[in-house]
Design a protein around this ligand. Structure first.
Ligand SMILES: [Zn+2]
Length: 924
């Protein structure tokens, strides 16, 4: 009876064409059993409440043994990838591609789906989109033909955020449905668009989260009882904050795939707010998003809202979540490359479970942008998540298929507008001088632009441009001399938005909505690279050649002798030099000196090369400049003793430790990873000279205590149940923190001569434990400085931490806190009188304990902000940015700024590396 009714309903729902296609009745019945029912609301639609049968293509049930949405079942990456391969093997409507391997060797895949005729000419369709994506030299006739004949590519990507488990499960079923379903609805999609599916973007994290889900169940803990401490190898949630600098393997695989396929839409599937948020955002939108794409977000979102609301789904809405300002998300890559970047947030199925919805009123209130809000009291399951996402995606695919000419017109127009803008509006180009101080860092920026798909040229002759066309005054002052070899990014090309936004000054207005992420990211400022925006249109007619491979800056050693003088350039390559010179011995000049009429500043390396010539090779490889002399100069200097570095993480959060670990790995600085728990073991720190403890949130109490010691031990290690855990670090029990023993061990470590380097929120630990009584933090009252670029000033100019920094003020990244202060010496008359009665040795001993400010935020409020949001800047002026605090024989170095922020802040890498390299020479 049930079966027969079901079949009738399906015939109605799926339209006339379905009459020829039988349904998979067992699978369909399971979908319905897994979907919660309610007397008022629906949690499924006619688009997904059945599954068509196929004689050739295996269903997820047949291949994996369960229907996606089954409570307690999530697939590992190997099984997901095998399923997509099985679909591709079984159907001429699907083809599987590889996007490359992850950091840990798991494959990121892409399945292309369309009808047989389209798949037979897939390369041709790719080429058509490619031609529209770069309209230079395209005739009007050819353009019209392409807009008529091409097909939009729509790329769906699942689970970049590992705890958001539903999308890979949904995408397996969607792949089957798109390949097999003969309904008119799906046939129109197959005919009208080429769908690409990447079921999992963060493949390493996916395997771990499935293990964690299974472990949580086996320990009988509630959701979240086992913390997903590592997602990918380095980054957790921030794997979706890498769209600007493309540092992570995941993002690099994505951008390569993007530039190969040039999709019209990139759609990223997330899980958080109820029930289905389809992206538009509150604004302010990034300045570089084309007005057309902003319109397209809204068109697609409102189409989904309309179609899903009409089908009875509660809680499908848009607007009031996320701003659209920082372009560091994966979807921003699409939005900055003339495509449409969008995302869903679908309410979570809590791993693979059901629960009763119990939301705050702020999530269920009816708002202008949410007239059909989520509801409380209903049952929500992983299958609800799958039904909502899948229905929404089918609506979007169908809408793009039905309106493909409009979307293709827009796609072509956005690229044309970009080229046209570069021809008519300044800046017409950016010049990146090759002869600049930190040329190797500049070359990295050039490489980034190329990885982003932008063309970079090289000036093939010297030429001169006008700085301000039409300006009167000194002619020489109004000229820019471009040298042969300088890099030029022309703006009369289709992919310029990333370049523009990375080199622009961001102005986040105080009355804009509360920012969702960083407000300023001006990359040449953060990396201390010189770029010149060109307002002279004549640049486009100058002699230049297209750069065909990544720029490389080689260094050189001039002169004769086995002692090398290597000026520190204030970049990470200079600062890392002591680690790169093999058997050579490295000293650092503690003051300026002159050799052969050339003056070398303090911080210059004095290197005696080893027998294997490794120092010379390192100088050349790093793009540095060395001068060989016969005798070491007569200048006070100290030897570099490379420290044994411990990079410390907690078992609560590794997000920020991961970025620091990534930076150290990229720079090839050796270190040992330790956890804070290990401090409890006697002598745990005996083998180290430097401990780097990156930003971690939470109170000092929570750092000491860790998680409550109730319930069973929570292991993070490889086991039969959890084969993917324990690779980066492991423990038998994640709950304990460092304890008071660990805190005492840290203090003892510093007192015996070690360096403890803390940044961001981890500065609170040594302050609250009283390690350095003259350092304190203050709470912000009205300061709003979320994630931006700010100017700092050198205070202790002679500090080794500032070696190589040639300017007294420079830009750094900072976000809101901590506000560090160092107590100044009391210079009042009464204090001097007291001192006069003391033993002078005692006075100087007390003074030697006083922490010293190395860098401070700019003393003038109007000079503080470089890029981003700043309100209440008077609370930030003169606050300490870097502090060097003695304790016993050692030091605590505090960074209020974030020197290794998301592989964006290369300009401040050397501050941290200098502190580490000079760990035993930090006293004046
Ligand atoms: Zn997410």
């Amino acid at each position: 009876m049930f079966r027969r009714l079901l079949a009738c309903a399906l015939l109605l729902a799926a339209g006339p064409a379905a009459a020829q296609q039988s349904i998979d009745s067992a699978y369909t019945a399971t979908i319905r059993e897994l979907t919660p029912t309610d007397s008022v609301w629906k949690f499924s639609t006619d688009l997904v409440d059945y599954l068509p049968a196929s004689a050739t293509v295996p269903t997820p049930l047949a291949a994996l043994g369960y229907v996606p949405g089954t409570v307690g079942r999530l697939s590992h990456v190997g099984d997901i990838n095998r399923y997509f391969k099985a679909v591709a093997d079984a159907s001429p409507r699907a083809r599987l591609f590889s996007l490359g391997l992850s950091d840990e060797g798991r494959e990121m895949i892409l399945l292309a789906i369309a009808d047989e005729a389209t798949m037979g000419r897939l390369d041709e369709f790719r080429a058509m989109l490619g031609r529209l994506a770069d309209p230079r030299g395209l005739s009007a006739d050819e353009r019209a033909r392409l807009v008529r004949d091409a097909k939009p590519i729509y790329w769906l990507t699942g689970s970049i955020h590992s705890p958001e488990t539903g999308s890979p499960e949904m995408l397996m079923e969607l792949a089957y449905r798109l390949v097999v379903d003969e309904s008119e609805y799906v046939r129109a999609i197959r005919n009208g668009v080429i769908t690409l599916i990447t079921p999992v973007l963060e493949v390493d994290g996916r395997d771990r989260v499935v293990d964690v889900y299974n472990l949580t169940k086996s320990l009988k803990l509630p959701r979240g009882g086992v913390n997903l401490i590592y997602w990918g190898k380095y980054t957790a949630h921030d794997n979706n904050r890498d769209g600007m600098v493309l540092s992570q393997t995941l993002t690099q695989n994505y951008i390569r795939g993007f530039l190969e396929w040039k999709p019209v839409v990139g759609h990223d599937l997330h899980e958080s707010v109820p029930f289905l948020y389809t992206s538009t955002g509150t604004g302010p939108y990034n300045d570089e998003f084309d007005p057309i794409v902003i319109d397209e977000w809204h068109k697609l979102a409102y189409q989904e809202i309309n179609e899903l609301t009409r089908r009875g789904l509660p809680g499908v809405w848009t607007h009031g979540f996320y701003d659209g300002w920082a372009p560091n998300y994966v979807l921003a890559i699409a939005n900055l490359h003339n495509s449409i970047g969008r995302f869903y947030e679908t309410y979570t199925g809590s791993g693979a479970d059901c629960h009763t919805v119990n939301l705050r009123s702020s999530q269920t209130d009816r708002e202008w942008y949410r007239p059909n809000p989520p509801v409380n009291g209903v049952t929500w399951c992983l299958r609800s998540n799958i039904n909502f996402q899948q229905s929404g995606v089918l609506v979007a695919l169908r809408y793009v298929a039905d309106n493909r000419q409009t979307f293709l017109e827009n796609y072509a127009a956005k690229a044309e507008r970009m080229v046209q803008r570069g021809r008519t509006t300044a800046p017409f180009a950016y010049v990146i001088p090759r002869g600049q101080r930190r040329a190797a860092e500049a070359a990295d920026l050039v490489a980034l632009f190329r990885m982003q798909g932008s063309e970079v040229h090289v000036a093939s002759k010297d030429f001169t441009l006008t700085r301000k066309p039409g300006a009167k005054g000194d002619a020489a002052e109004n000229q820019i001399a471009v040298r042969e070899g300088d890099w030029i990014v022309r703006m009369d090309q289709p992919y310029t938005q990333t370049v523009r936004t990375l080199l622009a000054i961001q102005e986040y207005e105080p009355d804009d909505p509360r920012p969702y992420d960083d407000t300023g990211w001006t990359l040449d400022a953060l990396r201390h690279v010189e770029t010149i925006a060109i307002a002279d249109r004549a640049v486009l007619d100058q002699p230049m050649t297209l750069l065909a491979e990544d720029a490389v800056v080689s260094g050189a050693v001039s002169g004769r002798g086995s002692t090398f003088l290597v000026p520190h350039l204030g970049d990470w390559r200079s600062a890392a030099l002591p680690w790169k010179v093999g058997t050579a011995s490295v000293e650092v000049a503690d003051s300026a000196f002159t050799v052969a009429k050339r003056t070398y500043p303090a911080g210059t390396f004095v290197i005696s090369d080893g027998p294997d010539g490794s120092a010379r090779a390192a100088i050349e490889r790093l793009g540095l400049e060395g001068v060989a002399v016969r005798e070491p100069p007569d200048v006070p200097r100290h030897a570099i003793t490379l420290p044994r570095i411990a990079l410390m993480h907690t078992w609560r959060e590794t997000q920020n430790e991961g970025w620091v670990r990534y930076a150290l790995d990229r720079m090839e600085i050796p270190y040992a990873s330790i956890s804070d728990q290990e401090l409890r073991a006697p002598g745990a720190l005996d083998g180290f000279d430097v401990i780097v403890f990156p930003h971690v949130r939470g109170s000092v109490g929570s750092l000491l205590n860790g998680q409550p010691m109730v319930g069973p031990p929570i292991p993070w290690k490889r086991s039969d149940l959890t084969p993917h855990l324990g690779r980066i670090d492991e423990t038998d029990d994640m709950r304990p923190g460092m304890g008071l023993e660990g805190a005492a061990a840290l203090r003892g470590f510093v007192e015996r001569g070690g360096l403890l380097l803390v940044e961001g929120a981890s500065t609170q630990l040594p302050i609250d434990l009283g390690f350095t009584p003259t350092v304190s933090t203050t709470e912000a009252r009205s300061l709003r400085a979320q994630g931006g670029v700010f100017r700092v000033q050198a205070v202790e100019a002679g500090s080794p931490i500032l070696y190589g920094y040639e300017r007294n003020t420079f830009p750094v990244y900072f976000s809101q806190s901590p506000l560090l202060t160092v107590q100044e010496a009391d210079t009042s008359v009464s204090a001097r009188e007291r001192e006069a009665q003391m033993d002078p040795a005692m006075v100087s001993a007390i003074e030697a304990m006083r922490a010293r400010v190395v860098l401070q935020f700019h003393e003038r409020q109007d000079s503080l902000l470089v890029s981003g949001l700043l309100v209440g800047g008077n609370e930030l002026t003169k606050k300490a940015a870097v502090v060097n605090a003695p304790l016993g024989e050692g030091h605590v170095v505090y960074f209020a700024i974030r020197p290794f922020w998301r592989w964006e802040t290369q300009g401040s890498f050397a501050l941290a590396l200098n502190a580490i390299a000079n760990w035993n020479a930090l006293d004046p």
